[in-house]
Design a protein around this ligand. Sequence first.
Ligand code: GRF
Length: 190
Amino acid sequence: MPRIAVLASGTGSILEALLEAGLPTAVVITDRACAAEDVALARGVPVRRVERASFGPDFDRNAYTCDVVEVLAPYGVSVVAMAGFGTVLGEAIHRAYSGRVLNTHPSLLPAFKGWHAVADALAAGVDETGCTVHVATLEVDDGPVLAQEVVEVLPGETVKTLHERIKRVERRLYPATVRRFLESLEEASA
Ligand code: GRF
């Protein structure tokens, strides 16, 4: 089966689900010190931190993306799976892995794009939200949808409780969808 790289910045619970599902993961890339690094190392997966030097207006997104692509190159991965990666990447990643950069997002896209998807859904007072696995494109939280699942919003819900219930679904849906995607790549190259 083709191998993947996972990009993460946070607690790494989605990363953990990908690894637990046995997806062939060659490397985990992070952009800062984060718990996801420990999750990877505990399972013997190499971590390469491409430290993001700035979160201000001087951040050079294109240069940063080229650094990520360069670090990824020797690992020979076919697919890049973002799992809570806190940096929006530029064109170089989509050129290098065209149509093979995947993402999971905690809303039913195209509703509630962006970093505050769960809070925005709560604030909008919707009865249901959910998660979306999609092919990432240069346009943030856009691109072909591979899978979606609805999560009901319960009375008295907070961002924390709702996000945790959405992530519970993501931990099942993302590994299954990535696996299906890898199998289709394999079939296409057979
Ligand atoms: C997930 O909800 C994912 O959709 C979003 O970031 C979260 C990552 O969670 N992009 P974790 O850090 O893996 O627990």
